[in-house]
Design a protein around this ligand. Structure first.
Ligand SMILES: N[C@@H]1[C@@H](O)[C@H](O)[C@@H](COP(=O)(O)O)O[C@@H]1O
Length: 327
């Protein structure tokens, strides 16, 4: 996939957004890791838009829930890396039948999801890097593109400036953190449970790491805890030997991240902290830096996962049930 192709596909989809009479809702619909990428976009719409409602939903939930607001004033953005996840393909069909504008992201042009959607954007897949044509970045470009067209939001240009800086920033961070990653891998390779914690734009990354990396790819018990929710139940499991991975964001929800970290620092000796403020994200355009944080955390954490898999002798590609059994 070339930058020109992805850029042209985004421009085509946005032209169709401009041609719609009204846009009142954006539904972000997918499963698993692709769904996790949607969550920062719901957050962006809620932070930035006064008139459009953004809602990120698992694809089966989207179909089951049959949102009353779904219709010709809706944009439904789906994402499926394979383009074959049945729930996501079905969701695109449901959305299109309802008259919504359907835009899909997939790595596989020609896949069932591509065929089910009016507009498709393809992207590069390289989980330990980041660029403007990675899926998570494409989603934010679409989101800010829609907000620009429909509401005159001006942050799309800031986003592009920030995205241009991410490839080098992420590459350097992964190099810089090599020692920390090796230490994390050694000290966590026999863990039976690891919790992730985040809030705001970063909750999706914490969720993806828990369900896709720890549970799916490493068979380690895990849960993503929202930092604001931590004190409303989850903190009771905290102990000196319970590991947490904290993602410290840049937005207004950072105060929640700090409150949770202050507590775990007292009672757990097994903390891994990735702090956007200390990872050079303050050099990104201030108007969008909080939204770019997940795009940095995601590849950096993937590099942590890579080292963990190596130390455990459990490749990230091994599955027991997924793609092997009926489900
Ligand atoms: N770990 C994988 C994810 O990476 C993937 O996103 C999801 C859905 O697959 P797809 O994106 O192909 O629809 O399945 C699993 O959760």
């Amino acid at each position: 996939m070339t930058t020109q192709q992805t850029d042209a596909q985004i421009a085509n989809a946005l032209q169709a957004v401009a041609a719609r009479k009204d846009v009142t809702d954006i539904f972000f619909v997918a499963c698993g890791g692709s769904y996790a990428h949607m969550l920062p976009n719901q957050y962006i719409v809620e932070r930035e838009s006064s008139a459009i409602i953004g809602n990120a939903l698992n694809a089966a939930e989207f179909k089951a829930r049959a949102p009353r607001r779904l219709g010709k004033n809706s944009i439904v953005i789906t994402c499926s890396h394979s383009g074959t996840t049945p729930e996501t393909v079905e969701a695109a069909k449901v959305a299109r039948d309802a008259g919504a504008l359907t835009i899909s992201l997939t790595h596989d042009l020609g896949s069932p999801l591509d065929q089910a959607s009016e507009f498709t954007v393809s992207y590069v897949h390289s989980p330990m890097t980041m660029s403007p044509i990675h899926s998570a970045a494409v989603l934010e470009r679409l989101t800010f593109g829609i907000l620009k067209i429909r509401e005159g939001n001006t942050k799309a240009d800031e986003l592009d400036k920030g995205l241009a800086k991410l490839p080098a920033l992420v590459d350097n961070l992964i190099l810089d953190q090599r020692g920390k990653m090796a230490e994390f891998a050694e000290t966590h390779k026999r863990e039976t449970v690891i919790y992730t914690m985040a809030s705001g734009a970063n909750f999706g990354v914490a969720y993806a790491f828990a369900i896709c990396i720890l549970q799916e790819m490493q068979w380690i018990h895990a849960a993503a805890i929202h930092a604001g929710e931590y004190f409303h139940g989850p903190f009771e499991v905290t102990d000196f030997d319970v590991p947490f991975i904290h993602l410290m964001g840049l937005g207004p929800s950072r105060a929640m991240d700090e409150r949770a970290l202050a507590f775990t620092e007292k009672y757990s000796q097994r903390l891994t902290v990735l702090d956007a403020k200390k990872l050079g994200l303050a050099t990104l355009p201030a108007a969008v830096s909080e939204y770019l944080a997940p795009l940095v955390f995601s590849p950096v954490l993937r590099a942590y996962a890579d080292k963990l898999a190596e130390a455990k002798g459990h490749p990230l590609t091994v599955r027991r049930y997924m793609w092997k059994m009926e489900y």
